[in-house]
Design a protein around this ligand. Structure first.
Ligand code: 3H9
Length: 702
């Protein structure tokens, strides 16, 4: 009679196995059946205790995110269902295998007792979706593990390892292994029965507010408010935990639901949910499925032991894969290897690695000056100087020495991957793997598919990207791929606005107020004004028609003011501190006069609109050209690689929030307002016009 539950009896125990693949998300049918199974067990006099477990699946990944806005609150809604379960008159044991996340952990907490397997992860990821735990988590967790630990767990959004859950009292026991979990849970339930344990054990922190210092919540908010800037959910979560510390459970549960609904109704949740599903879609590429055989990758080679090459190499050593690191000169190689060791030692000092792990990883890294040592590599990634001629030399050599079938990858950030592939006699084996700096830390990986890249090469790169913990996003070939191509018009507007009357600090403030990690001008100072200059070099001829194009940055380059590394760029730097530079302001005035640009007071709104609308417009163009497969891929690139606020969902999702008609009208308005400059740059993407004409509210190519 159940479709998603396996209900069985083991003498006096009722075993309730959740079996909704793939992760036991608590959709309506599973909730209905769980309620029915619970009622069946409760009313059966032969049943003395219940065990809830994931049948051949993880215990439970929480509420079904796809149902929010739909059947999420159809009866039995999760909060009411868990109140019913928590009122059980018979002891209930949750056997946590794999993971208990969000509503899944709330389900485990509604069971009075919890046993976990040692590798399970328990936590509340709701905050990463712009939500808070909404089925008792904010009320039961503080009562179980204390208010401070509960707050940290809920606000971090990161799952805890089973060991830590045990220390905190979130789990009562650990089974020896996942295989033994169900047996251990049965034994635990029988122990409880023998000991006459109550169905509902008393909470260890029944009054979680008592132990807190005065003003705890006010101080906590003050400490964190910078970090939470622009985000709603952390404030709502804190409020819910505060109520848990001050009010009885039933009052707290009711208030938690109100706060949860407030979060669920917010555009921030829509944005973060969009990113959640976009991330899962990103791995799906037409023509690639599980039946496609992948190329085996057992050894990687990286060319260039600089910051980028070293960072790339670390990714593979981190998953236990041997890496050969090639440099031209012994000193550069030694320096690169020493830097990698230093990075690992820092991780060891922070307790993230043991010294033994540092040595294991270093032992996987072999340095060489000889291309012949790359002959048996399955994947070679070049991270050499960003010049087509240098790339040509590297790829001609690789074509000579690499074994047949080896994947040859370039880490170029702007150059033409098809042209690079054409340097070899095996363009089908060539692909772009664009890592972001620092490559051992940043999650984004643009996987650039050349026009001849073989499908199995693409599939292998996507799989490997995931294996090394990256978020791979497929891009077609164009200048700058998805991310840097969009950066160009966005930053171009920022640079132009400097000439028209805005200051670097004003521009950066508008962008950071929106939630970007960093203003675009500070970012150029960090990356290096010389790097930006070099990247623009191939564009110069085409852009000679706009003499104002990045003009101020070019002047700074000519003066050797490369940004943070030289202490001066758009700003003056003293250590990490940044100050306005009156010389830059004077330069902007002088250049504006030379170029005949009328300076005026620039409003914050204009900065926002011009930078963001151009960013969005380029993204839409990229989608229309098929460079990106979906709007969500573009949003992932910008949230994951360029510090665009996740709670705005990425530039294209944000465009939908602003209103596509509003964005189009804005672009047309600046086209008219800015004369020849406007005519040149403010051309709405055809797809944007089509979407607005069709009355669409979201950007999509379908
Ligand atoms: C919540 O619980 C609110 C409550 O407090 C209150 C409610 C009133 N729902 O990631 P994967 C799908 S909020 C629906 O590729 P992995 C996913 O879309 C929820 N679907 O695998 C994918 O589908 P497809 C709190 C879900 O092994 C497939 O499962 N919970 C859900 O790399 C495989 O996913 C969370 O935020 C879900 N909850 O990672 C947990 N979870 O194959 C969110 C997964 O069609 N989930 N799917 O593309 C995760 O963090 C990861 O998916 C997980 C597995 C770690 C579980």
């Amino acid at each position: 009679m159940y479709t998603l539950i396996d209900y069985s009896l083991d003498n006096e125990l009722a075993l309730i196995g959740l079996s909704r693949a793939p992760v036991n998300a608590l959709g309506l049918t599973l909730r209905q059946e769980l309620q029915a199974a619970f009622r069946q067990a409760s009313s059966d006099p032969a049943v003395k205790a219940l065990v809830v477990y994931g049948r051949g699946l993880p215990f439970c990944a929480g509420a079904d995110i796809a149902e929010f806005g739909g059947a999420a609150f159809d009866a039995p809604a999760l909060p009411q269902l868990l109140i019913e379960l928590a009122g059980s008159s018979k002891p209930m044991v949750a056997a946590i295998g794999g993971l208990a996340l969000g509503g899944g952990l709330e389900l485990a907490m509604a069971c009075g007792y919890r046993i976990s397997e040692p590798k399970a992860r328990l936590g509340f990821p709701e905050i990463t979706l712009g939500l808070l735990p909404g089925a008792g988590g904010t009320q039961r967790l503080p009562r179980l593990i204390g208010a401070e630990a509960a707050l940290e767990t809920i606000l971090a959004g990161q799952p805890l390892h089973a060991e830590r859950a045990l220390e905190l009292g979130l789990a009562d026991h650990l089974a020896d292994s996942a295989d033994e979990l169900l047996d251990a849970a049965r034994a635990y339930a029988r122990e409880l029965l023998q000991a006459g344990a109550p169905a509902q054990p008393a909470y260890p922190h029944a009054e979680p507010g008592v132990a807190l210092p005065d003003n705890f919540f006010v101080d906590y908010t003050a400490k964190k408010s910078g970090q939470w800037k622009g985000q709603l959910a952390p404030h709502l979560a804190l409020e819910a935990v505060r109520i848990a510390c001050e009010q009885p459970l039933d009052v707290g549960l009711a208030r938690e639901q109100e706060l949860f609904l407030e979060a669920m109704d917010s555009p921030q949740f829509q944005a973060l949910r969009h990113l959640f599903f976009a991330e899962r879609e990103a791995g799906k590429v037409p023509g690639i499925d599980a039946s496609l055989p992948l190329r085996p990758i057992g050894k990687v080679a990286v060319i260039g032991a600089g910051t980028m090459g070293g960072g790339i190499a670390m990714n593979f050593a981190n998953i236990g894969m041997p890496v050969v690191l090639l440099e031209q000169k012994r000193e550069a190689l030694d320096r690169g290897l020493a830097q990698i060791r230093k990075n690992y030692e820092i991780s060891a000092k922070r307790g993230k690695l043991t010294q033994e792990q540092v040595e294991q990883r270093m032992a996987l890294l072999a340095g060489t000056l000889d291309y012949a040592d790359l002959a048996d590599a399955d994947l070679v990634i070049e991270a050499v100087f960003e010049s087509m001629e240098v790339k040509r030399q590297v790829f001609v050599t690789l074509d000579e020495i690499c074994k047949p079938g080896a994947i040859l990858a370039t880490n170029t950030s702007t150059l033409d991957v098809d042209q690079i592939a054409a340097f070899t006699r095996r363009p089908q084996d060539v692909i772009g793997l664009h890592f972001f700096s620092p490559a051992n830390v940043m999650r984004l990986l643009e996987v650039v598919r050349g026009k001849e890249t073989a499908l199995d090469v693409l599939a292998t790169a996507l799989k490997l990207g995931k294996q090394i913990g990256k978020l791979p996003v497929v891009s077609g070939v164009c200048y700058g791929f998805i991310g840097n191509r969009m950066l160009e018009p966005y930053a171009r507007e920022a640079h132009r606005l400097l000439l028209e009357g805005a200051t670097p600090a004003q521009i950066d403030r508008v962008l950071t107020d929106l939630g970007l990690n960093m203003g675009v001008l500070s970012m150029y100072d960090l990356v290096g004004i010389d790097v930006g200059y070099l990247i623009r070099t191939p564009l110069r001829e085409a852009l000679a028609c706009d003499p104002s194009y990045y003009r101020l940055a070019d002047e700074l380059y000519a003066l050797g003011r490369y940004g943070q590394k030289t202490g001066r760029g758009m700003y003056i730097y003293e250590g990490r501190e940044r100050h306005d530079d009156p010389e830059v302001l004077a330069m902007a005035e002088r250049l504006a006069a030379e170029l005949g640009i009328q300076r005026r007071v620039i409003s914050d709104q204009e900065i926002h609109d011009r930078c963001l609308f151009m960013l969005i417009n380029e993204g839409i163009q990229i989608l229309d050209e098929g460079i990106a497969l979906r709007a969500g891929d573009i949003d992932l690139v910008w949230t994951c690689g360029y510090g665009f606020p996740t709670w705005l969902g990425g530039p294209l999702h944000y465009a939908g929030q602003l209103g596509l008609d509003h964005v189009l009208a804005g672009i047309n308005q600046y086209r008219a307002l800015l004369g020849a400059y406007g005519e040149q740059w403010f051309k709405p993407a055809a797809l944007l016009e089509q979407l607005v004409a069709a009355g669409k509210t979201r950007i999509s190519k379908d």
